[in-house]
Design a protein around this ligand. Sequence first.
Ligand SMILES: [Zn+2]
Ligand SMILES: [Zn+2]
Length: 341
Amino acid sequence: MYTTTVHGAHDVRFDDLTPVSPGTGEVRIRPAFNGICGSDIHLIENPETSGYVLRHDADGNLAMPVGHEFSGTVEELGEGVTGVSVGDRVAVFPFAYCGECEACTRGMEECCERPTDLPGGLSSSVTVPQRCVFPLPESVDLHLGALVEPMAVAWHAARLAEVTPEDAVVIAGAGPIGLGLFFALRAQGVEKVVISEPSTERREVAEALGAQVVDATASDFSAQVRALVGPGRPTVGFDAAGSAPAFSAVLRLLGLRGRMVVVAIHTREFAFNPTMALLARERSILHTYAYSVADFREVIEAMAQGHYPTDGWVEVRPASELLDAVEDLTAGEGSKILLEI
Ligand SMILES: [Zn+2]
Ligand SMILES: [Zn+2]
């Protein structure tokens, strides 16, 4: 039994684990698959600048659990747990929102004022509160279950942007979040969508999944986008790339009162002039973060309806290959890697 912990920059260990018996209202789960997220890579490479609230052991040494995109099977129920059974396949909502603060009562669990820490998913066993456990329907397997979390990030962004089928949308970036936006919008009947992406390989994967794609580095980039989603300018842009050029290129394209939605993590500051970029067309910029309980539930429903094909962008490797997988992802190879536990 192990749990994966970051003890320092480039110091990740599979530490011994003693499973925790579930207390009242808790569920013990055996994780099956855990996806590697860009934020995990930041955490492993440089914990201090990763943006995570770091945890430490009793001696004050860094001991930060790894893994927040995971599925698993229920092994044991604590007292008072109803609606979940031993043997159920589940996805785990990876932070324990309090359920009582203003954010939680408004259905904005992602902004909970008093969240509590959960164990990392890249472990042989986790014990979590029942409110974080989401049973998967028959047609959603454990691979898809581990994708609920990243797909919920995209679903949430699409919801907050209030996209309707009349909108014309540009998504910058064909990584997992960009593809997740495409799947979410397609599931919601939005057809005028184009993904802009500099990597040929990622464009091919997106195209095979049914997306319209444009080379982000093409000299006639705007003309190509408008040819695909026009005749007018796009009304909504998503930054799922996290790069200044991608953000600026999409923002510049938006029409009157266009909404630019940033869902990517920007690790570097960059300058832009809001007057030039926003004023003349009354454009706005919105930032979205994580997902609510409702988003998690809606993604699982959309998965059950078959809206989330995994061809070409999801790969499974043994958990022991964590560091190789991180290296490959850093080098730009692969898209979403699920580690089998
Ligand atoms: Zn993540
Ligand atoms: Zn709360």
